[in-house]
Design a protein around this ligand. Structure first.
Ligand code: ADP
Ligand code: 5GP
Length: 192
């Protein structure tokens, strides 16, 4: 099926997970460039915006009370706490884009991916892996967005996330952004 004639019944959801700093955001930006028809969910978070991030673009930046209210109202498809902050996927936009037949991507961590595995087992699950733990640390350090405690929390989570590789349908190693993005586009298109 071509991207222009998407069939709501066959619309597919791709869940992309992987350790913080592996390059998910970078690869997803390249996927959008290669395949503009794809829709990427915008999550809610209680973490503070990084320089250059704005509300409604990278995330919806919420207070804890606002996040709690979304849970009470059943507005989140999944949610989790990661490195001291809360993250969740707004349910309605995902439902709407899938109903419209649009290939849809969630970029979320492992606990959220497991929740989607239970609620939407027809989704495809892709793990983005680093070439090595050393390279992962270098990328996190190079990004200069986290201080030492948050960086160590993210490296500790990375061990757990990579140990769960067997739970994913596909693993893509992000040693090269263009190649990793092309692989991901192939998987998304094959599922749509
Ligand atoms: P994530 O969204 O997984 O936390 P980012 O996309 O923010 O990760 O990438 C973390 C850092 O690694 C950024 O500085 C980015 O430019 C860099 N990066 C991403 N992919 C690669 C790659 N294949 N090779 C080298 N550096 C990369
Ligand atoms: P960051 O703070 O670096 O933007 O994101 C930290 C982690 O939270 C990343 O692994 C990212 O994939 C994950 N994340 C972002 N949005 C969501 C979400 O809506 N749900 C879950 N479960 N994880 C998310």
């Amino acid at each position: 099926m071509t991207s222009g004639t998407a069939d709501p019944v066959r619309a597919r959801l791709t869940v992309l997970s992987g350790p913080s700093g592996v390059g998910k955001g970078t690869v997803v930006a390249e996927v959008r460039r290669l395949y503009p028809h794809v829709w990427v969910s915008v999550s809610c978070t209680t973490r503070k915006p990084r320089p250059g991030e704005s509300d409604g673009v990278q995330y919806y930046f919420l207070t804890d009370a606002q996040f709690d209210q979304l849970i009470v109202d059943d507005e989140l498809l999944e949610y989790a706490t990661f490195a001291g902050h809360r993250y969740g996927t707004p349910r309605k936009p995902v439902d709407q884009h899938l109903a419209a037949g649009r290939p849809t991507v969630l970029e979320i961590e492992l606990q959220g991916a497991r929740q989607i595995r239970s609620s939407m087992p027809e989704a495809q699950f892709v793990l983005l892996a680093p070439p090595s733990m050393r390279e992962l640390r270098d990328r996190l350090l190079g990004r200069r967005t986290e201080g030492p405690p948050d960086l160590e929390a993210r490296m500790a989570r990375a061990e757990i996330e990579l140990a769960a590789a067997d739970e994913f349908d596909q693993v893509i190693v992000n040693d090269d952004v263009e190649r990793a993005a092309a692989e991901l586009v192939t998987l998304i298109e094959a599922a749509s």
